[in-house]
Structures are given as structure tokens and as C-alpha cells.
Write a protein that binds this ligand. Structure first.
Ligand SMILES: [Zn+2]
Length: 1007
């Protein structure tokens, strides 16, 4: 799916007051025909039972204000709430985004500066956030604890409907000018503001620029033309008055959609909505909508630039992106949407799909663009495809390539089995219960939200079974796909070919323009203006250090923490002579297979190639079949197969480790045997002789990794900083860190010599030989009533193997000091330090884990985000690698942040702290441990933990120790590990910053 311009704001927090509400209005209840009681202030509109998801969706409308409420009634204790508003900005000042931030800065009932972050710390939430999308803004949260849910509901409702919108908050969160030395009117002026900096960081990602530029041309007249997050050049134009006016018309119940999921009765939700909010509003006669886009009568071809800061001897010659995009019909028509979805999948689903195949194989670019697929969240959908790592002059050839593929499909059609496979994929994703990244209920809510925002029916979007049945009939007609590709794409004149080329001077020019602008402003300042700026900066700084009374907010406490960890139980079985671990979980008709081997010892080269072998294993040919045929096979019977190592340290010694190799797959229950056959064939017959395919896969991985720096720079920096502390830490750096990016680049470049490519293929084959002969066991996740058949079918495929005994995978000890500055193509910085600590079983581990949250809540959040202007910052303990780590994310500063890390240690040691802060930090750690996952994900986690000797007893004991941590414990571990310890440092920055600030005494490494 293409990346949309959703500005997702990750925030962190934790507390608890009494949840007030004695239910006054039991008598105000009404009932729908289905017998579900709802509040009399609402009309029941409709109810739809969705069998494939095992839930019922009820729709209600508030009588007085016309606010909508969708309730997904499900037997799930992880309740979810979301309130969304249609927000359709008509410029790129980021008004919707800045409002989203400012709304969370205090409200009528909760007049504290930062209720959102304060609540994160006083809660057992499993999710809290706020999003600004291209045409909506939403405030969601989730919790498994009812008291906590109601606390959060109370704060959220007050925040969005009765926000204070203080001008100082607008200045802090939005934008302002300040003197570089805040009290010195002779120093230069600079722009500040959380959103201003956030968007500078976000728009330094080429993919964000690419999406923004595509939208700009594809949607010439509607709200999607603009960047709803805000363009750094346009943000300073927004005034406080404009922000308030936008709030008045957009954050009103008449423009609001409430959505809830879970087992709390709908009446209880509506009672709170009515009493706390809706009672106090009348209907607003203003309808916020998006009009259909004005259509182009001929295709457009355009070229734009993105800032590229070359690293080392990099050239910009092959750093261009080309994207083709088509504007399609409205997403409110379910049929139209599903047909577009089908076509998109037919063209792009996997490497054997015609368009993806062409984009992967072409020499015009290194890899398919990250913007490939159907974007169906805007009112009118669009389809995109593209390549990256291309030359600017290849634009036309790229377009010809794409049009040729489309014309081929229009003439020859697509074989029915392939269309069946695509419908099979839709069916599988409809059934699969998620919840590993977002709470499952929130996933469903977000899936239905687009329809609700555009005033169509979320139930239809959530219940795909009937539509899939219709499509199944449609594809019987051989003309169906041919007509679809003609109508939607070939004959569609509203299409844009965009080329995004690198410009090495662009960031300099932007910076110069910003400086010039500020100089002009400064020249026009009177003495009085200057004094005002100085005073305002002082007022803001004072306000940032002011401590609000947390007692104003509701909270949950340690008493509300469940006593026991919830870990799924497994059963041990014997299958084909090996151990099989079976988990019975509510998987909604899916089965999950894992083949687990003990990882044998590998040579140094083999170890370094292990991640790339793993990525290639399921992408190659097997036996008589080439990789294209294997891709088709996978798509027709499975929801994907994957391979990866799992290597973790002992719980009592970070220098020792255990290593396994996992080969996993999932499928609909009816394809259980077929999944087993597919996986067995892959493992037993994979061929490492398709060298061109291997080379192409490595190139794709390289472009993907190179792109990852602006998104996960903090993780990369922490991984680098900790890499000298233990063997696993070193391996993490080698497998997924900055070193891995360097290794991949070198590997990819080396493949221009065919001899090297053959050598890589040979290494893959050698690794495979070792892994397949290692002792093996199995893990299955299935539904209880299907167990007998599932296992019997499984056993018909997997027969006993001959095992060779081999020595186990052992890593060399690691203990080196790291002081590194990595130079990358980035306009923002990432800082990290790491200290050696202990593993889970050590008595200090619990206090170190609590310390991470304690330092973030009490010091780092204010110093690095609020005052320093970074998007985020904090500290965390990683018991697996025995390291305590500090980090900053999308940071305008460098050495000042490293100083802040040190100051937090002094702050910890030299101040007396409150019990409340301790409780908040403990809640944070426990909340993380108790976060639910998907049914299959929870089983997988339990299995991995057991394999790596993280037994139920050890985990439960660790949890008890966390709950028992005291303030003196925190000071003790700070003194012992951080004060006495040696800081390992790694920062990621640009060559421009290196020129201005120097190397800070660090070893400079070009990425
Ligand atoms: Zn934001």
C-alpha cells in the first residue's frame, strides 16, 4: 500500500482517579430491534452482524447534534475508543495537525499543560495516540482495564470538545520565532515549534516528499492537494485566530464520529458521551465534505526535486524516483473499491504478478517504488506504481514499460487461477485476527473509518465476504479483467507521471531562504518587538518547567495491575518422531505452522549472510519450478511463508546465547495440507541457481534499508552504541543495524562481477544445507476443534528427517568501546548512548527497567522534546543484551542532547523524587509486559520465550521484582551502572552538520 500522509504522533504516558459516573440515566434507555439497549439521546439506525469477524456493528445517531456513533460489539476485553472529525485544510500551514497537538494541551476540566503525556503515565492503556490524516483527525485509545478505559475516555472527551487552546500552547506546539540565545536580542532569529520541527523531520524522508508531490498533481483542486501535516515553509503563515476558527467549525459534535469496540455495553458509552459532551451542544449547520476532483483531459508529466545530501563519494546519477498515478472513483462505492482493489492485487500482489514482475526486473531502476498499490483512504481513490534508484532521463521509458504491461493485460487477460489466488488473499486477510502492532479493535475501526468520514457504510467495508462472492462470479468472464484495466487505467486521462530527482543543493537553498526570511523579519523589529520576543520566550520557558498537579487527573495505580502474566498454554505432542508444540487459539479459521531448527555453527561469512539468505529463501525457485511459479503457488494456498533466525542471550549471562532457525507459514484451515506441502517443498527443494533473481532481491533489500534511516534512526543509533557490549548486541548491529546497510551496499556492488554473485549463491546453499540437517521440532497454532485433523494432515507431509549432529551456533565474546558518528543522507539527527548492565535474572535488572521510564518521564521528555525541539527522546533498558540506552529521535541538536543524557543521571542522583513518579514508571513497564497481541502472535511469543528459557516462573518472578522496585533502588543502579559506567556513543547526522560542528571527538563513519 502506498504510504499516506498520516502524521502519526507517538506519545507516551501513566495514573488514576476514581472513575466517577454513577449511572444516573438507566431510565433513559431505549432498545434497538436487536434488543441492545442504547441511550435515549440517540437514535438506533442499523445493526449488521459480521460473521467472518464474529462481531456486530451497530450504528446510532445523536438526535440533537447529529453526531454518529458506531459500536463494534465483540467479546473482547481490550476496549477501544476513537473520536474523529472531518478536517479538510485548504492550505499547507498544517492547521489540522497543529490543532491536533494543541487540543492535547489542557482542557476545561483538566487545566494542566500536558494531560496527554501525564495520562500515558497514569494508565494501563494498550494504545494512546492522535492522528492527522489527509482529511480527518482522530483521537484513539485502548485499554483492557475498565476503570482505566473510563479515565481515559473522560480526559479524551474533555480534551477534544473543551480544549483551552491557549496561545502559548499554539506557540509551543505550532510555530514561533525566538532569538537563538533567547534573552539576547542581538543574536539571530530562529523558528521553533514542535510541529514545525516534526514536519522538517518528516519531510526529510524522500518517500514523504514523493507522496506529497504525487498528491499535489493528482488532486489539483481538493484538500489532498495540500500537506495536512504542514510544509515547513508554510507553517509560519498560520495565525492563532485561524487555528481557533478551524477548531470552531471542525471540532464540533455535528462533525464528529464516535467509534467504540469491545465488550462494554453501548449504553454506558453513550451515557458518558451525552453527559460529558453532547448535552452542551446544539447542531451546527455546516457540512464538511470533499467534492469530486476536477478531471484532467490529458495525462500530465512533471518533474520535482528532493533534498539529497550526498555521503562520501556517492553520486546522484541513479537516485531518481518515477511514479505513475491514476485518479479513480470514490471510495464510497464498495463495488468500485473492491474492483480497484482486485485489479491492484492482480497487477502487484507478488513477484509473478505482471506489473510487479516488470518493475522488479527492469534495468531502468533498482527496485519497485514504495508507492505501489491502491490508496483508498482519500475520497477519490488512486492507483500508483513506480521505481526507485533510477536515472532522471528514464522517465519516458519507464512510462512505456508500464503502459506495455497494462496493454498486454488488456489484450491477453489473466489466467483464472491467478485471479482466484488474489481472491483467496482477500479472504485470508479478511479472516485473520491481528493485534500485534495495533490493537485488533483499532485496526477494524480504522478500516471502517474512511467510509464513515465520507458518509458511507463502514459495515460494508468490514464485511467483505459478500463482495468476494460477487467478484468470484465476475472473474469467470474472461473479459472482466481486460475491461477493468482499460476503464480504470489505460483509457483514464487523469494520470500523472512524476519524476522526483535528487538535488544536492536543495537543503542549502532551503536553509538560506529561511535565514533570509528571518533576517527580513529581524530588520523590521522595533525595540519593543524585540523585548516582546524575549519576554515571550521567558514566559514559555518558565511554563515548561512549571509542575502541574497530577492529582487533577484520574489514574489507575499498582492495585489495578493484574497479579498474573497472561501466557497462552501449549500442549506437547510427538509428530514424525519430533516434538511438536501445539497452541489452541481463537484464530478465526487460520492455521500457523512453524518448523524450528537448532541453528548450527556457521562460518563468519555465512553468519554475515544469514539475514539475506533468510529473505531470499522464500523468494526462489524449488525443484522443477522457477521463482515465478513458486510465487504463484504461495499466493494460491498461503498467507505467506517466512524464514528467520532467533538468537537470544541466556537470562543469566549476556555473553552466552541460544540460537534457532524458524521457518513459518499461515493459511486458511482448508489449505492446511497444501501449506505443509508448500513449506516442505521449499525447505527440501529450494534452488540457489537463479543468480539474477538473487542479485535483484539483494538490490531491493539495499534500497529498502537505505531508506529506513529517517524512520528508525533512533533504533539504528542505539544498536550501534550498544554494539560493543555483548555478542548479541554486536549481532543485532551486523544483522539489522547501520553496519548491515554498509554490508548490503558492498554486497550489492560486488555482484556486478558474476563470480561474486555465484559465491553468494554458493554460501546461501551451504547455509541451507547446514540448517536443514539440524535437529528439528514443530510448532502449530490452531483452533481446538480442528486439532485432530490438522495434526493428522500435517503428519502426512512432514516425514522424519535424517539429522546430522553439528556443533551449536556460538558467537565470539564482545567487549569494545563505541564512539561513533555516522554520516548519512538525513536532515535531522539521532543520538544514542549505551551502558553495560545485566541480564534479566540479575537482581538489578528490574530497577534498571523502571529507571528507563523514570528518566524519560521526569527529565528527558522535557529536555529533549519540549525544550530541545526533537520529536522524541528517552531511555530504556534491554535485558537481552544487558544494556541501558539513551536516545533521541529526529533531533535538531547533537552535543546538547548528549549533555542532556548526562544531566538526567545527575538529576536522578541529586534530587529527591516522589513516590508517584516511581509508580508511574512501574506502570509503564508492566503495561508493556501485559500488552495483548494477536492470537497467533501471543502463541509465538510464548513459544520463543520458552525456547530461550524465559519460563513462566522466571517472567512472573521478574514481574514481581518490577512491582517491588523502590526509589533507593533506582539511585543505586544509576550510581552503579550509569555514573560509574563508560558511555558508548553513536550519533547519526549529515555531512553538512559534520562540517559545522566537527566530529565531537567521535570516529566518523560514512554510511
Ligand atoms: Zn505531530
Amino acid at each position: 500500500m502506498p504510504q499516506s500522509n498520516t502524521g502519526s504522533d507517538t506519545i507516551n504516558a501513566s495514573t488514576a482517579v476514581e472513575s466517577v459516573n454513577a449511572t444516573i440515566a438507566e431510565k433513559q434507555a431505549s432498545a434497538s430491534p436487536a434488543g441492545i439497549k442504547h441511550h435515549a439521546a440517540f437514535n438506533w439506525i442499523q445493526s449488521d452482524h459480521i460473521e467472518s469477524l464474529n462481531l456486530t456493528l451497530h450504528k446510532y445517531q445523536h438526535i440533537k447534534t447529529a453526531a454518529l456513533h458506531y459500536h463494534l460489539e465483540a467479546e473482547n476485553a481490550e476496549n477501544v475508543f476513537l473520536v474523529a472529525f472531518r478536517t479538510v485544510p485548504t492550505d499547507s500551514t498544517g492547521v489540522a495537525h497543529i490543532l491536533e497537538h494543541t487540543a492535547l494541551c489542557g482542557s476545561k476540566k483538566y487545566p494542566v499543560r500536558d494531560p496527554f503525556f501525564m495520562m500515558i503515565r497514569r494508565s494501563l492503556n494498550t494504545f494512546m495516540n492522535a492522528f492527522t490524516s489527509s482529511d480527518w483527525t482522530a483521537y484513539p485509545f485502548a485499554s483492557q482495564n475498565k476503570k482505566d478505559f473510563n479515565n481515559l475516555l473522560d480526559v479524551y472527551l474533555d480534551a477534544v470538545f473543551f480544549t483551552r487552546l491557549d496561545e502559548l500552547d499554539f506557540l509551543q506546539e505550532g510555530h514561533r520565532i525566538e532569538f537563538k540565545e533567547a534573552a539576547n536580542p542581538d543574536s539571530e532569529l530562529e523558528y521553533k515549534g514542535v510541529v514545525f520541527n516534526e514536519m522538517k523531520g518528516a519531510m526529510s524522508s524522500p518517500v514523504s516528499v514523493l507522496w506529497q508531490e504525487v498528491s499535489k498533481y493528482l488532486y489539483p483542486t481538493t484538500t489532498y492537494h495540500y500537506n495536512s501535516g504542514g510544509e515547513p515553509e508554510d507553517i509560519p503563515a498560520l495565525t492563532y485566530q485561524q487555528l481557533k476558527a478551524f477548531h470552531h467549525t471542525h471540532y464540533h459534535p455535528s462533525n464528529a464520529i464516535f467509534m467504540t469496540f469491545g465488550d462494554i455495553p453501548v449504553f454506558e458509552h453513550q451515557e458518558k458521551f451525552e453527559q460529558q459532551v453532547l448535552l452542551q451542544f446544539d447542531r451546527l449547520n455546516e457540512t464538511i465534505t470533499v467534492a469530486p476532483e476536477k478531471r484532467y483531459l490529458a495525462p500530465l508529466a512533471v518533474e520535482e526535486a528532493y533534498a539529497y545530501d550526498a555521503v562520501g563519494d556517492d553520486t546522484t546519477e541513479d537516485k531518481s524516483h518515477h511514479v505513475m498515478s491514476w485518479l479513480l472513483g470514490p471510495c464510497t462505492s464498495l463495488d468500485e473499491m473492491m474492483r480497484a482493489n482486485l485489479l491492484s492485487q492482480v497487477l502487484l500482489d507478488n513477484s509473478s504478478s505482471p506489473l510487479r514482475q516488470a518493475l522488479e526486473k527492469t534495468d531502468l531502476g533498482a527496485a519497485p517504488s514504495p508507492l505501489c498499490g491502491l490508496e483508498d483512504s482519500n475520497f477519490e481513490m488512486c492507483f500508483l506504481c513506480g521505481i526507485e534508484g533510477s536515472k532522471v532521463e528514464s522517465a519516458k521509458a519507464f512510462e512505456q514499460l508500464v503502459m506495455k504491461v497494462l496493454n498486454d493485460v488488456a489484450t491477453k487477460g489473466i489466467a483464472e487461477e491467478k485471479l482466484e489466488a488474489v481472491l483467496h488473499q482477500l479472504e485470508l486477510s479478511q479472516r485473520e485476527v491481528g493485534g500485534d502492532s495495533y490493537p485488533f479493535g483499532l485496526q477494524l475501526i480504522l478500516q471502517g473509518l474512511t467510509a464513515a468520514i465520507h458518509r458511507s457504510d463502514p459495515a460494508a467495508l468490514l464485511n467483505l465476504d459478500p463482495v468476494i462472492e460477487t467478484l468470484r462470479k465476475d472473474i469467470k468472464n474472461p473479459e472482466f479483467i481486460k475491461n477493468l484495466v482499460r476503464d480504470l487505467l489505460i483509457d483514464n486521462q487523469h494520470r500523472v507521471r512524476l519524476t522526483l530527482r535528487p538535488d544536492e543543493r536543495l537543503s542549502q537553498r532551503k536553509e538560506a531562504a529561511e535565514k533570509a526570511r528571518l533576517a527580513t523579519i529581524k530588520a523590521a523589529l522595533t525595540d519593543k518587538d524585540k523585548q516582546n520576543l524575549v519576554d515571550r520566550a521567558a514566559a514559555l520557558a518558565l511554563r515548561q518547567t512549571q509542575q502541574d498537579d497530577p492529582g487533577l487527573l484520574p489514574k489507575v495505580g499498582l492495585d489495578d495491575v493484574p497479579a498474573e502474566l497472561k501466557i497462552p498454554q501449549s500442549l506437547e505432542q510427538k509428530i514424525t518422531g519430533s516434538t511438536a508444540t501445539v497452541f489452541q487459539q481463537g484464530t478465526n479459521g487460520l492455521v500457523y505452522h512453524e518448523i524450528v531448527s537448532e541453528l548450527p555453527q556457521l562460518s563468519e561469512t555465512e553468519t554475515s549472510l544469514l539475514p539475506y539468505y533468510s529473505s531470499c529463501l522464500t523468494e526462489l525457485g524449488c525443484g522443477e519450478k522457477d521463482y515465478l511459479q513458486m510465487q504463484e503457488w504461495q499466493s494460491s494456498v498461503s498467507g505467506g511463508i517466512h524464514a528467520s533466525p532467533s538468537i537470544r542471550a541466556h537470562t543469566d549471562n549476556a555473553q552466552l546465547s541460544r540460537a534457532y532457525y524458524f521457518f513459518s507459514g499461515k493459511a486458511l484451515q482448508r489449505n492446511n495440507t497444501k501449506l505443509a506441502a508448500l513449506m516442505s517443498t521449499t525447505l527440501n527443494q529450494v534452488r540457489f541457481d537463479e543468480n539474477a533473481r538473487i542479485a535483484e532481491l539483494i538490490t531491493q533489500m539495499r534500497t529498502q534499508r537505505e531508506r529506513s534511516v529517517t524512520g528508525s534512526g533512533h533504533t539504528l543509533a542505539m544498536t550501534a552504541a550498544a554494539s560493543g557490549l555483548s555478542p548479541i548486541a554486536a549481532l543485532n548491529h551486523q544483522f539489522g543495524g547501520l553496519v548491515a546497510i554498509k554490508t548490503l551496499k558492498a554486497l550489492d556492488d560486488s555482484h556486478s562481477d558474476a563470480k561474486n554473485l555465484s559465491a553468494t549463491a554458493k554460501h546461501f546453499s551451504d547455509i541451507h544445507e547446514k540448517i536443514t540437517h539440524a535437529p528439528r521440532s514443530y510448532m502449530l497454532v490452531l483452533e481446538a476443534d480442528k486439532q485432530k485433523n490438522t495434526l493428522a494432515e500435517f503428519e502426512t507431509v512432514w516425514t522424519p528427517q535424517s539429522e546430522k549432529s553439528a556443533s551449536a551456533f556460538v558467537l565470539p565474546e564482545a567487549n569494545v568501546q563505541i564512539k561513533q558518528m555516522w554520516i548519512a543522507n538525513t536532515q535531522v539527527n539521532f543520538c544514542a548512548t549505551a551502558y553495560a548492565t545485566v541480564t534479566m535474572e540479575h537482581k538489578d535488572a528490574a530497577a534498571l527497567s523502571v529507571l528507563g521510564g523514570f528518566l524519560r518521564n521526569g527529565f528527558l521528555h522535557t529536555a529533549i522534546r519540549e525544550q530541545g525541539g526533537a520529536y522524541g527522546g528517552g531511555a530504556t533498558h534491554d535485558a537481552n543484551i544487558a544494556a541501558f540506552k539513551f536516545y533521541s529521535y529526529r533531533d535538531p541538536r547533537l552535543s546538547e542532547t548528549l549533555t542532556d543524557f548526562n544531566q538526567s543521571i545527575e538529576w536522578m542522583l541529586n534530587n529527591s523524587h516522589e513516590k508517584r513518579q516511581l509508580e508511574e514508571a512501574i506502570l509503564g513497564v508492566i503495561g508493556g509486559m501485559d500488552k495483548p497481541g494477536s492470537p497467533a502472535g501471543e502463541a509465538r511469543t510464548a513459544y520463543h520465550n520458552a525456547l530461550h528459557q524465559r519460563t513462566r516462573e522466571k517472567l512472573q518472578d521478574y514481574r514481581q521484582r518490577i512491582l517491588a522496585v523502590t526509589l533507593p533502588d533506582l539511585k543505586y543502579v544509576t550510581e552503579k551502572y550509569l555514573k560509574q559506567g563508560d558511555a558508548n556513543t553513536a550519533v547519526i547526522t549529515s555531512s553538512a552538520t559534520l562540517e559545522t560542528v566537527g566530529d565531537l571527538g567521535l570516529e566518523v563513519i560514512q554510511l
